[in-house]
Design a protein around this ligand. Structure first.
Ligand code: NDP
Length: 495
């Protein structure tokens, strides 16, 4: 098979993983057995017991103790920043090892793992590390009338919220874990990370690297296990002050309800059903690669993936033809071969869910145009274009999270905006046109946390990211990225 071979150190690390990283060392879980599979071959990578609710108790106690004795919170911000920058350096130095772990465990392209999961993560880590020394409050003038002549000095202090439960999904396991762990640590919090049961390997390696960088033991802990057991125990733990979750809207609602019961803080980055509006002036040949990249990056397993295109009728036939040709030519194969554009999905269960969505669309009268045949083993779905789907069809309304893209002609931009917004989701959207006036008029009308123009999907640490409507609560990234991990204390001094 063409492509790269896994290094000995990657095989060694994955051979006997532990479910727990607690107080700076690995420990065996005492829960039910968990099997990790290679999505490209369906062969087992490792078997080990998950973290039981009793293990979660221990791991949260470790993070709680570390927060209370201020071994991290009490450091000078400059020291936290220096240690977190060193953590970024170590992730960069071990980049190839981490990329291979990610590809083996998740199925994704090694090229994406190197450039995005590792490359973009390192840049994100450095941006967030720098915020540790830039967190500020406000000074405020007060007008309290009750004590005539009274003088006051008032200010706010952002303080770390406490123990953070970071719950990460399986599509970008390490990168999205870092989107939670880094701002939590930069703000002075301690963390328990629960990666997805399907893709825990990179999270475990990250915890080791954090210790090597100088993060004190107990500050960054990991508990691996299923959402229903390990995840539920973590979210419900009374010492967890904040839950930061990325995943499905259904699970996000469950987590929000559990958190609010005891007023734990929570932020949710959830699903999307992200539309693109293509205006009549767009050149199909020029925009097709961008649209395809947005839809099929990581085989469509991206919360910001493009999944619906609404195109003004004059551009429809040309665009469909360009997309059809490109989809037919896409290469399908294992992630360890960097030439493969479509790789296996994360699990058999997820592959079956995506295939069922395509079958349902066909049964509802839509036409599915598929790419090349998929390999006989591995959790593959051929890239698929869907045309003729009604606006009420499940394929137009529900998140598929696979390599599936619908294309629909519309009479005009008003109709496109109406259809684009006719969704419970509102994560990202894009507009494709060189007509600046029409584009600028559309941007405020679109219900989405990010609107891209002539691009779709890139995220940047300096650009706030999060959803409108049922795509989530709160924003990640940007200069205020630490705010969700702090409480604001108001201080009023009379003198
Ligand atoms: P989930 O939302 O169920 O999983 C995301 C994370 O939450 C995983 O770590 C999961 O653990 C954990 N989890 C699940 N249930 C609980 C719980 N009750 N308490 C605490 N943690 C929990 O996603 P699925 O894996 O079921 O995927 C289903 C769909 O979700 C996908 O098809 C896709 O549409 C969407 N999704 C969206 C993502 C995004 O980036 N917005 C990412 C992943 C999925 P575990 O995996 O171990 O069960």
């Amino acid at each position: 098979m063409p492509g790269i071979s896994l290094s000995a150190e990657v095989r060694q690390f994955a051979s006997a993983p532990s479910a727990l990283f607690i107080d700076g060392v690995f420990a065996r879980g005492s829960g039910d057995p968990l099997t990790l599979l290679d999505p490209a071959t369906e062969e087992a990578i490792a078997r080990f017991p998950e973290a039981s609710p009793a293990d979660v108790e221990r791991v949260v106690a470790s993070a709680d103790q570390a927060f209370r004795d201020r071994r991290w919170t009490g450091l000078r911000p400059a020291d936290r920043e220096r240690i977190l920058l060193q953590f970024a350096n170590l992730v960069e130095q071990h980049g190839e090892e981490l990329a291979q772990l990610e590809t083996w465990n998740q199925g994704k392209s090694i090229a994406i793992a190197r450039a995005v999961d590792v490359g973009a993560s390192v840049e994100y880590m450095r941006y967030i590390a720098g915020l540790a020394t830039k967190t500020t409050g406000l000074t405020l003038d007060l007008s309290i009338p009750v004590v005539p002549g009274g003088r006051y000095h008032a200010y706010t202090r952002p303080e770390p919220v406490g123990v953070v439960a970071a719950i990460a999904p399986w599509n970008f396991p390490m990168m999205i874990a870092l989107w939670k762990v880094m701002p939590a640590l930069a703000a002075g919090c301690t963390v328990v990370l629960k990666p997805s049961e399907f893709t825990p390997l990179s999270a475990l390696r990250l915890a080791e690297l954090a210790i090597e960088a100088g993060v004190p033991a107990g500050v960054f802990n990991v508990a691996v296990g299923r959402g229903a057991t390990t995840g539920t125990a973590l979210v419900g733990h009374p010492a967890v002050a904040k839950v930061s979750f990325t995943g499905s809207t259904a699970t996000g609602k469950q987590i929000g309800r559990a958190a609010i019961d005891r007023m734990a803080r929570f932020s949710l980055e959830l699903g999307g059903k992200n539309p693109a509006i293509v205006l009549a002036d767009a050149d199909p040949a020029r925009i097709a690669p961008g649209l395809l990249g947005a839809a099929f990056l990581n085989s469509g397993q991206v919360c910001a993936s493009l999944s619906r295109i609404y195109v003004e009728r004059p551009a429809y036939e040309g665009l469909l033809e360009a997309l059809r040709e490109a989809v037919k030519a896409m290469t399908i194969g294992p992630g360890l071969d960097p030439a493969m554009q479509i790789n296996p999905l994360v699990s058999a269960q997820h592959r079956d869910r995506v295939r069922e969505r395509i079958r349902e669309a066909g049964a509802a009268g839509a036409t599915a145009i598929s790419g090349a045949a998929v390999p006989s083993s591995g959790f593959y779905v051929s890239p698929t274009l869907v045309t003729g789907a009604g606006s009420d069809a499940a394929i137009q309304r529900e998140e598929v999270f696979g390599p599936v893209l619908s294309v629909t002609p519309v009479d005009n931009a008003d109709a496109a905006v109406q259809l684009a917004n006719d969704s419970p989701y509102g994560l990202v959207a894009s507009i494709w046109s060189n007509d600046l006036s029409r584009t600028m008029d559309l941007i405020p009308r679109i219900e989405a946390g990010t609107v891209y123009v002539n691009t779709h999907v890139p995220v940047d640490p300096n650009l706030p990211f999060g959803g409108y409507k049922q795509s989530g609560l709160g924003r990640d990234f940007g200069p205020d990225a630490l705010a969700p991990y702090t409480e604001i204390k108001s201080v009023c001094v009379a003198y």
